[in-house]
Design a protein around this ligand. Structure first.
Ligand SMILES: Cc1cc2nc3c(=O)[nH]c(=O)nc-3n(C[C@H](O)[C@H](O)[C@H](O)COP(=O)(O)O)c2cc1C
Length: 442
């Protein structure tokens, strides 16, 4: 190892790692076996799987399909679902990593268990670095690595999760290139490059959890952590998609009046939609929106009472019994069969009070408008998840009946009903709609 350059030394080992094992001891065995003496400035890469096993980050899976259970586990450990398709779930973990199935590992832990990522990879890296220093007197860097895919590129590479004793990033901003041009954005993801380099000498079918790198020149650079490599959410330009992504998502919402009865609306989808509704603009910084999720018995009670009221209204309009029956039937076909029925409304208890009708009515309108904005958000997010909605006027015409049957306060104003479910047939794509006739200059 006397020639200049970086030397990458695999440290294969036959040891099987058990929960509670000491990582430093696990490393010292292959170092001794292969006659490698660590030196100051060396970097030890360790596969996160070994760290997780030693730390006992193993979860028993419930009976049933283990793939589905692992996916559910990834969802539970996610800060956010970034993308979802039948074959993959990509999440941002609570640590901040974006990975397929939240980095949850299926291999070598048995069919009905899964291996979570280490709880705090930077702390694990620091502990191993301290352990090596105590055992050998050497100050080495440590990188805990894992295998991640990348958007836009096929294949996986090894990346750094935890880092101790070396820089995670080499910031070259402010320097110049060969032509003297100022470098404005260059930050080298050094720890990721180290992780990938270590993987060059690893094979997945052989036990090589540890790899030692020698000759890396990091003189004068401050030590970093794996967390340095996580792009702050505020800088994530891709999270919202391109500018057309919002337009596409909005266009995808269609009124759906027939639902597949056997498909339930998953809790997380409903919660995501309500969370999006809760970002709508509202007067005076209030959060006046409520979505009442009707149980089967409440739904029946409310729809029965509303039908009676509607019948009374139509009879007094002089509408014939036969026509009334047909209209009720059409409405029931949506409202009584939808897998979920929400009663959206706005609370007016935080509305301002005015002595005159003109301003009082305007104030109420503003709250109701905000309810519409929230409801639209809800529908768009449900559509993005593949669920259909129908916003039905119904309750807006009989607020008194609704409040009475559901024992709601006087300040709750219902703004219709929202039937939610998987569409029985895919909704027709929306034809091209331009702004013609909607935008006027005056
Ligand atoms: C405030 C409001 C009330 C609505 N009420 C009903 C209703 O009572 N029955 C119904 O079938 N659709 C109702 N709709 C849905 C509209 O008919 C639907 O939005 C329109 O046909 C356009 O179709 P799209 O939603 O697929 O773009 C309502 C929509 C809104 C915004």
């Amino acid at each position: 190892m006397s020639r200049p350059g970086v030397h990458i030394v695999p440290l294969p080992t036959a040891q099987r790692v058990q929960p509670g094992d000491d990582l430093t001891a696990l490393l010292l065995t292959p170092l001794a076996q292969h006659g490698v003496q660590p030196a100051d400035g060396d970097v030890v890469c360790v596969a996160s799987k070994v760290v997780s096993l030693a730390e006992g980050a193993i979860v028993e899976l419930p009976p049933g399909d283990p793939r589905a259970a692992r996916r559910e586990l990834a969802r539970q450990h996610a800060a956010e679902v970034v993308a979802e398709a039948p074959w993959v779930l990509i999440t941002r973990t609570i640590h901040g990593y974006v990975a397929a199935n939240g980095g949850i590992d299926a291999s070598n832990v048995g069919e009905h268990a899964a291996l979570l990522l280490p709880e705090d990879p930077d702390a694990s890296a620091a502990a191993l670095r301290a352990g090596i220093a105590a055992a050998t007197g050497r100050r080495v860097g440590v990188v805990i690595t894992d295998t991640f895919g990348r958007p836009w590129r096929r294949g996986q590479t090894e990346v750094a999760l935890g880092v101790a004793g070396l820089p995670a990033l080499r910031d070259e901003r402010g320097g110049v290139d060969l032509d003297g041009r100022l470098l404005e954005v260059t930050e080298v993801a050094l720890a990721d490059e180290v992780a990938a380099a270590a993987d060059l000498v690893r094979r997945k079918d052989t036990g090589t959890p540890f790899v030692l790198l020698r000759g890396l020149d990091t003189a004068g650079l401050p030590d970093g952590t794996g967390a340095d490599l996580l792009r702050p959410l505020a800088e994530d330009l891709f999270a919202a998609g391109g500018p057309t992504a919002a337009e596409r998502a909005i266009a995808r919402r269609r009124t759906v009046r027939r639902f597949a009865p056997e498909v339930a609306v998953p809790e997380h989808v409903l919660e995501a939609a309500v969370a999006a509704a809760g970002t709508a603009p509202a007067p005076h910084g209030t959060r006046p929106w409520r979505f009442l999720r009707l149980t089967a018995s409440t739904r029946q009670r409310l729809l029965d009472a509303m039908a009676a009221q509607w019948r009374t209204d139509l009879l007094s309009d002089g509408v014939e019994e036969e026509v009334i029956a047909r209209r009720l039937e059409r409405s029931d076909a949506v409202l009584r069969t939808a897998p979920e029925l929400l009663l959206p409304g706005v609370r007016l208890d935080e509305a301002h009070h005015y002595p005159d009708d003109r301003r009082q009515r305007a104030e109420r309108d503003l709250f109701v408008l905000s309810g519409g904005a929230a409801l639209q958000n809800l529908q768009v997010v449900l559509a993005a998840h593949g669920f259909g909605t129908a916003w039905i006027s119904s309750t807006a015409f009989c607020p008194g009946t609704v409040r009475e049957v559901l024992d709601l306060p006087e300040h709750f104003d219902p703004i219709g009903m929202v039937a939610v479910g998987a569409p029985a047939v895919p909704p027709a794509p929306r034809g091209p709609r331009g702004p013609e006739g909607l935008l006027e200059e005056i």
